[in-house]
Design a protein around this ligand. Structure first.
Ligand code: BG6
Length: 529
């Protein structure tokens, strides 16, 4: 990783006398430290701030990974004082932090650096107020102009915020005193290729690419990062990681939750924009990419973008044959009755929004030519499970047939991303007996058993990377546009194809029958993670 790797002790105000025991980097012998800085959160009263951002900051503070003088400035429309804002976020951190109960010393230390600016995203004057506060913090907290602007707002506010930060002179990459400015943008980044390009253009008029951190929280998951370690820190897997040995790849992101209270956003997005364009594409890219020339931000992203470019956009016929969309109807999950998507709060009763997507893609390059990558994601499936499964080709000669063994199972390597994080290799074994009987068995690695630590939340890792200035786990402009090129081709196909009759799968099932049929046509089946 670039930048920020220093043999230094981290400290965070008076709670950090020693920098012992940083669990994230233990064993590496190095600590990653951020310079004193301010994080400005636009949308500070929203759900993301409460559920993810502030709990992540608190957990970073607990691990002594925040710098001295670290300050948070909440920016939102609601009239709140600094104290009210701090109290507001305190209550949700107490609820959502992965480690409880809150440690009052750590919390107070973090809370001491919390401020609030009431403002309208489109109002220039609010940014003047913000600039004044930031100037004060530079003087009193020693933050020297180091700023992260975190856009945790609905995407409709992005343009105003970016523009006004530029107008207020707050977007400069470097300040005279050596300070830096970075911007973090949440998904959805655009709604199709044209809007993503347009947003990139507006963004690049104010911030340059090195300042820009497009966040995809899947990249902050330990197990997703471990795909790179598994592939490129071991000798034995890479030689078989190609079309000679791999029959096909299945990537599943199954959720048992429904749309919850997010219909306002989800109705216009659907699963294709909510999950496929970002999380699924990232997992596919990490699985299929070539070894990078170095473990740094640009080398890794160069290889990921090549994978995305090697997937040809689909035409309407491809979409009809290789993409299945679904929407859940009523059903039951874990024995409990749940309503259909169209009956969820604030959902149009005739909605045609997709809550399930399955597709078959090809990465057209030397390594992967003709190897299908099957992707599947949906809400209200029977379980919550994310998995990347590599199924290997059958053995060339069925040696054991003459001994009465009918068929051999193919080897499967499954990377379980969540919730039961691990890696399983399925292979054939002889059943102990005088006869020749074979059975598939598993070789199992579990993170929890091997390391005995609870993985950090993805946001902790990603926020720390932003503070340090490491963009390896963030999506570059060309990458986001390459992913949109593919997804937009599917959206275009859907525009001209007759829509399926929704709902077409029962909540608690594995999605529409058409998804099983797509696999059956290839003589394959979906796994049940
Ligand atoms: C988000 C999507 O990006 O990812 C949600 O907007 C989805 O719809 C969530 O539920 C899944 O994330 P995780 O980390 O729970 O797998």
């Amino acid at each position: 990783m670039t930048g920020g790797l220093q043999k230094l002790n981290t400290s965070f105000d008076e709670i950090n006398d020693s920098a012992l025991g940083n669990p994230l980097w233990e064993g590496l012998g190095i600590q990653r430290t951020a310079e004193p800085c301010v994080m400005v959160i636009f949308g500070a009263t929203g759900d993301l701030t409460h559920r993810k951002l502030i709990p992540a900051l608190y957990n970073l503070a607990l691990d002594r990974l925040l710098p001295n003088g670290f300050s948070v400035v909440g920016f939102a429309r609601r009239p709140l004082t600094d104290q009210q804002f701090t109290q507001d976020v305190h209550d949700t951190v107490a609820q959502y932090s992965r480690r409880k109960p809150l440690d009052p010393t750590v919390w107070n230390s973090l809370a001491k650096g919390m401020h609030y600016v009431q403002g309208d995203f489109g109002d220039e004057k609010s940014y003047e107020k913000l600039a004044t506060l930031l100037g004060d913090l530079d003087r009193t907290q020693g933050t020297s102009g180091n700023r992260v602007f975190y856009l945790a707002t609905p995407p409709t506010a992005y343009e105003d915020i970016i523009h006004n930060l530029g107008q207020a002179g707050l977007a400069r990459q470097h300040w005279a005193g050596g300070g830096w400015t970075r911007i973090v943008i949440e998904k959805p980044f655009g709604t199709d290729l044209a809007t993503a390009r347009d947003l990139n253009t507006k963004l690049s008029a104010v911030f340059n690419e090195e300042q820009t951190y497009r966040i995809d929280h899947y990249l902050g998951k330990e197990t997703v990062q471990n795909i790179l370690v598994f592939r490129f820190a071991n000798t034995i897997f890479e030689p078989i990681w190609n079309r000679q040995y791999v029959d096909h790849v299945q990537i599943t992101v199954a959720e048992n939750l429904g749309v919850e209270e997010r219909a306002g956003y989800y109705e216009g997005a659907g699963t294709i924009r909510d999950m496929v364009q970002n999380h699924m594409m990232q997992q596919l890219a990490l699985t299929a990419m070539e070894p990078p020339v170095a473990f740094d931000a640009n080398a890794i992203r160069d290889e990921k973008v090549k994978v995305l470019r090697a997937i040809k956009p689909l035409d309407a016929r491809d979409v009809a044959e290789r993409v299945v969309r679904g929407q859940y109807g009523p059903g039951s999950i874990n024995g409990e009755h749940v309503v259909g998507y169209r009956q969820e709060q604030k959902v149009n009763p005739n909605s045609t929004t997709d809550t399930f997507v399955a597709m078959k893609l090809f990465v057209e390059n030397w390594r992967w030519q003709d190897v299908p990558f099957y992707l599947r994601t949906g809400k209200r499936l029977p379980v919550r499970a994310t998995e990347i499964a590599i199924r290997f080709k059958p053995v060339p000669l069925q040696l054991f047939r003459q001994m009465g063994v009918a068929a051999l199972e193919q080897n499967i390597l499954a990377l379980q991303i969540q919730p039961d994080e691990g890696i399983t290799l399925k292979f054939e074994s002889k059943v102990p007996s005088a006869r020749m009987r074979l059975r598939s068995v598993n070789m199992d690695f579990r993170y929890s058993a091997a390391f005995g630590v609870q993985p950090a939340d993805a946001y902790e890792r990603l926020i720390l990377d932003v503070l340090i200035g490491d963009s390896t786990l963030f999506t570059r402009r060309d990458e986001v546009e390459a992913a949109w090129t593919l997804v937009t081709s599917i959206l275009d196909g859907w525009k001209v194809l007759p829509p399926p009759v929704f709902p077409n799968y029962e909540a608690g099932s594995w999605g529409p029958i058409a998804a099983q049929q797509m696999m059956a046509r290839d003589d394959r089946v979906w796994r049940r993670p």
